[in-house]
Write a protein that binds this ligand. Structure first.
Ligand SMILES: [Zn+2]
Length: 79
C-alpha cells in the first residue's frame, strides 16, 4: 500500500482512471503509482511509457493475471 507523510499533498479523486486495469506491456495513460490487483505489488509508471512485461513477477493461480490499477495520480502541472 502506498504510504505518505503529509496529507496536504494528496486529495481523493473519483476519476474513472482509478477503476481501470491495465495489462503488462500496455501503454501507461497517466504517470503515477500503480498496484497489481493480483498480489498488491506497487510500481511507479510514467505516462507514454509501457507497463512492465508479463515476466515482471510471478503469480499463483489464485492471484490470476497481472493487472495494473492506478492508485496515486502524479500531477505534472505547476501550482
Ligand atoms: Zn502481481
Amino acid at each position: 500500500m502506498a504510504i505518505y507523510h503529509d496529507a496536504q499533498y494528496l486529495k481523493q479523486g473519483h476519476n474513472s482512471a482509478f477503476n481501470t486495469d491495465h495489462r503488462p506491456g500496455g501503454n501507461v495513460p497517466h504517470s503515477g503509482i500503480y498496484r497489481c490487483m493480483g498480489c498488491g505489488r506497487e510500481i511507479v509508471a510514467e505516462e507514454r511509457r509501457q507497463f512492465p512485461p508479463h515476466s515482471h513477477h510471478q503469480h499463483t493461480a489464485a492471484q490470476g493475471i497481472i493487472r495494473w490499477r492506478m492508485t496515486v495520480y502524479a500531477d505534472h502541472q505547476a501550482k
